[in-house]
Design a protein around this ligand. Sequence first.
Ligand SMILES: [Zn+2]
Length: 192
Amino acid sequence: MPLSLFLPSGVLAVLLTAGSTSGPAPNLRVDPALQPILARMWDRSPTFRAQCARLADAPDLLVAVWYDDRVVRGTRRAATTFVRHAGRLVSAQVRLAHGHDPTELLAHELEHVMEQLDGVQLRMAIATREGVSRAPDGSFETKRAIEAGLQVQREVRRGRDTLARVDPIPEAAATHAQQSHAQQSLPQRRRP
Ligand SMILES: [Zn+2]
């Protein structure tokens, strides 16, 4: 089934291909507003480059990232919806809220994509308490994603200013990934 069927009308058309082999993974499509941030992450963060390499190894998966402030609910700053077709992961739709560090949010949500590529069973991990928790709304949060987001944030900031500085600690547990095995209805309009 064409991937565009899963995306809100018009969104796919404006998402940019992140780059070629010398840049972020070609199957990572981002809102144009995020393009400069993505370029900076690529330049400065080995952790982000490793995420991109992993993503490039899964060319059948499309990761689309855009701003959507309707994602904010409670402490949520970002959300990722996974779409599977015939049991295969075909799309990850990442929505970020404005007003937070998009570097951390994007790396955090991409790590949730990495978890899915690695076949992490979130429900099982909760039972064994392997760094996974579940929010009341049913979304999952993982220690691994929290740490990846903060690591990329540190690497990007270190690249910007090598002088010693104290990073403010963001609300680490405030992002969530939703996991779904079904097609989900998505917002029909984009906000600036
Ligand atoms: Zn998360």
